[in-house]
Design a protein around this ligand. Structure first.
Ligand code: CA
Length: 225
């Protein structure tokens, strides 16, 4: 079992990695949110232990990005933040469990085992609607059975629209989710990418799935007859 610990406090990650190695886990440690996200996206872990207060990128952002990019690796949030609103935020962002520091090591192990027991039953994340099918783990998309040749960026954009099908997404929201921009950006960037995406997803087919909502943004929905 491979486990990734994203934690900046030396005392904590040393304690965790020693203890979990003794339990038979193969342990990697990332000491910043940025490193943690990179490892979680580019390696395969059975579970991630995620601190919230981290340098470079906080744990909320790590979790949101991981889920935003379709990664379903189980995440246990381990933090000193014990407010109900924090726990709710963690679960809403896609955390599998939440444990407050200070914690008992035996409880952490029990929770990890519980997460790992549930994990294999997770279905492969496949989004399917209106003839469109997205295989998130393999980054493959088809429409009416025809393969769509998408760049990684286009796949991310399409999977965001598909996961939120029926909801109008603003350009700002799309930019934050797909490009992780939370600074001023040129909203034309979104329009340009939507146009490229449409050329592949919509133009070759009789109906349009990606709709423009004037003055607001974009929505993916089944065209009305
Ligand atoms: Ca911390």
């Amino acid at each position: 079992m491979r486990i990734l610990i994203i934690e900046d406090e030396q005392k904590t990650y040393t304690y965790l990695s020693t203890g979990l190695s003794e339990q038979g886990f193969v342990v990697d440690v990332a000491k910043t949110g940025e490193d943690g996200l990179h490892l979680a996206l580019h390696s395969d872990y059975d579970v991630v232990i995620l601190d919230i207060m981290l340098p470079e990128r906080d744990g909320w952002s790590v979790l949101a990005n991981l889920r935003g990019q379709g990664r379903q690796t189980p995440v246990l949030v381990l933090t000193a933040r014990d407010a109900v609103s924090d726990r709710v935020k963690g679960f809403n962002l896609g955390a599998d469990d939440y444990l407050v520091k200070p914690f008992a090591f035996s409880e952490l192990v029990a929770r990890l085992q519980n997460i790992l027991r549930r994990a294999p039953t997770r279905p492969n994340p496949i989004i399917s609607l209106a003839g469109l099918e997205l295989d998130i783990s393999r980054q493959r998309a088809t429409r009416e059975g025809k393969k769509l040749e998408l760049t990684a960026m286009e796949f991310r954009l399409l999977s965001l629209l598909a996961r939120r099908a029926g909801q109008v997404l603003s350009r700002t929201y799309i930019a934050e989710q797909v490009w992780d921009m939370n600074f001023d950006f040129d909203s034309n960037v979104v329009d340009v990418h939507i146009r490229r995406l449409r050329a592949k997803v919509d133009d070759p087919f009789p109906s349009r799935l990606i709709q423009t909502v004037r003055g607001v943004g974009y929505v993916l929905e089944q065209p009305s007859e």
